[in-house]
Design a protein around this ligand. Sequence first.
Ligand code: ADP
Ligand code: MG
Length: 415
Amino acid sequence: GDKPESTKVVAPDGACEEAIAVFKDKFKSAPTIVVAAPGRVNMIGEHTDYQEGFVFPIALDRKCVIALAPTSKGYRIYSREVKDTLQVDTLPEQPQDGDVPWWSYVVGAMRIYCDAVKKPLPEGFDAVVLTTVPLGGGLSSSAAVEVASATAMEVAVGVSMAPMEKAVCCQKAEHEWAKMPCGLMDQAISCCGRAKHAMLLDCRSKQPSLVPMEADDIDVLIIDSAVRHALVDGAYSTRKNQCQKAVEIVQKKHPKVTMLRDVTLAMLEDAKAAGEIDDETFRRASHVVAENDRCLQFADKLKAKDWKAAGTLMYESHASLRDNFEVSTPEIDRIVELAREQPGAYGARITGGGFGGCVVCLVDKTKSDAVKDTVLAEYSKFLETVKASAEAGLKVDEPRAFLAEPSDGAHIYKT
Ligand code: ADP
Ligand code: MG
């Protein structure tokens, strides 16, 4: 396999320098350990990971950086984004009941990593956490902060693990400490991403395969809808449970099926004809089954540089997430429609778990600036009408767009 065996050590860059500067300002000394882990954008293969299916993410050049210095006693962890410090003699041993505080992601990943390599946590440290991944924007700032935290411990205790195993530790942290029952995609790409590549991941075998994204004639454009809907907590686990329910229905006739990964559309059609599955569960499951297929086809089309066919699969993925899985929003749908009208846009879809966040577009490199400017201008007009009739709890920011630069997974800075 063409996969990294250990965490890369790289020369300091701007993000590293920034973390060192914040650390010096905060703690009046220099950090000895500086590490980073990226956010991601998923090209296709959405809501498939927790059913052992296929995903196709890219690690971004936006990342979470942690600068840390061991001390003899006590812990101070400062987040630049939240502007808060966790200052304690002993790190919390258990996740907190109720709301998830920001430091859960950090402490959870650190504890689980150290447990997994059978090392005690350092007896004390000061740390700065900062990120260039927007928080809660669908680009997985959560996996970035978890993987950076685990990587900081990897260096601090001096024991490494295979990147995919580290991803599994971080997924466990997200489950147990952030109470989010996610699949493996975000942590896997944040650990195993590679510059100039996307990653086709089989979430059953956990075998990543790197696909070159170096093409000089396409760009991956990310457009942030800048809208956060309230009251979507629980929608993710509802979807996940509906998928499991579909599996249980199909299992009655096909006992070898353990996940939607094993299910075909014909099996779902049979169950529907026999009146065994309700319409909503059918639509949820058929999304996942077809999406796995689209994801594999997408990888082939990309390798063949058939941008048009790859893009068509993205539009199909979007329609299915909108109509069958029902995780899109009117704002996201509008951005996808606008993208589709632009010359030079091959495909566009919602990316990430849904209910807001970002759209990912595959565009002709020579047209990407024009696509970006036109879609942003038109979408901003649309947002004015959204704001005018805003439902309670709707948070609207400034919409933004930027190009995804396929980047390396977690790395350690040479300090
Ligand atoms: P997403 O992963 O799409 O960005 P999530 O809701 O899964 O959204 O994760 C966002 C949460 O991760 C934040 O609310 C915060 O608790 C935590 N987080 C991420 N980055 C940081 C950071 N730099 N400092 C503190 N908390 C962070
Ligand atoms: Mg997240």
